[in-house]
Design a protein around this ligand. Sequence first.
Ligand SMILES: CC(C)(COP(=O)(O)OP(=O)(O)OC[C@H]1O[C@@H](n2cnc3c(N)ncnc32)[C@H](O)[C@@H]1OP(=O)(O)O)[C@@H](O)C(=O)NCCC(=O)NCCS
Length: 401
Amino acid sequence: MASTKSVCVRAGTPADSAAITGLQEAGFGMRYGSDESEFRGGTFPVERSLVAVEGDRIVGHTVDRTMTITVPGDRTVRACGVSGVAVAPTHRRRGILRELYRAQHARTEADGLPLTVFTASEGTIYGRFGYEVAVLATSIAIDTRRVEFRSTTPDPGGVTLETLADSVARIREIYQRWQTVTAGAQVRPDAEWDLLFADVERHRQGATTLFVLLHADGYALYRRSRRENRDIASVRELRALTCDAHAALWRVLLGLDLVDTVEAEIAEDDPLGYLLTDPRTVRLTHRGDTLWARVMDVPAALTARTYRADLDTVVAVHDPFREAGGNFALRIRDGIAECEPTTRSPILAFDINVLGGLYFGAHRASTFAAAHRITVEDPAALRAFDAAFTTDRAPQLGWAF
Ligand SMILES: CC(C)(COP(=O)(O)OP(=O)(O)OC[C@H]1O[C@@H](n2cnc3c(N)ncnc32)[C@H](O)[C@@H]1OP(=O)(O)O)[C@@H](O)C(=O)NCCC(=O)NCCS
């Protein structure tokens, strides 16, 4: 078996595009459709690729783009978003991914970005590189015939059925308002919007093209299909800025005639179950990670978001893969953090992964401590740290990449 010594990592060029596509198709076990070609490369240009090359053959790939992501406190952080990670099946498990990530991290460091994020194919790969699950989502299925709304659930109406072509500007405007107040949600690039509105065949997987429900403060995009003798409405994306928009959209979706099941992915704290007389109607089919995050620069990342309580502490951050760790003094007043390296003794100690997990508010520090992933002697110090990092709302991913 060859080693990584015969492999070098370099930046991608347009001449590499076909080989990169083939590598990704083999890695992910799919084929891009011919109707996607004009969108491919728009969000993640090949010039941002890193390729691992053996001789004249591309055997590994990553690509990135700088993303603007909302953080707790409705501020934003600039992050490196990595995608398209694949190593040839002929070259797996000989350290090519590790080499690509070293190069990827060096590039992110040179770009001065405090955070790296991605969505992961498997949960076992990226912890070793300092990443942690940063945003979770819940997949649900609702048997519409069992749906009954509580008497307290509003019925505000105001929803219209639209065509996708006619809704582009309003959907983009609503998403932009939603994204700026939702931790974990990223600004969506034009190319990504174009891909969504093109509604390509691969995304449909045998279902219809997208139906659009519009409200002044929300929208729902869904498809219809028939599987195992059941008529299904699958919500591709639902964004609601207000409780009224949320209730109005769900009333239409759950009232759809000739539909047995409505499927959707919702935030961890979505109030949907509370609108119904029987909360069991909202059947959880999967709970999983969407965004993973890694802190690249501890002071820059921790001062980008806001906090819920004042804090004076010293944290020891362990980062064996990149050496971005050390001891840091963290002082928070009125939600705003100051953070700098210190020689003072730490009060809490953890791997850098933990900061990625806490960053957008998906997890509690007390839960990491219960799992022995935060070391702290004084329970009051943990309570104070937990109170500062806890957020009002569960984070949500804006668009998958
Ligand atoms: C996942 C993938 C990129 C790994 O590439 P690779 O070059 O084989 O990985 P490496 O040899 O550099 O492995 C680095 C480390 O990760 C581990 N690892 C790699 N892939 C793993 C997996 N799927 N599950 C668990 N561990 C994995 C290796 O065992 C190795 O561990 P160690 O060095 O800490 O002992 C490659 O198998 C692939 O392309 N898979 C299909 C597409 C995919 O899933 N891409 C990832 C998208 S997020």
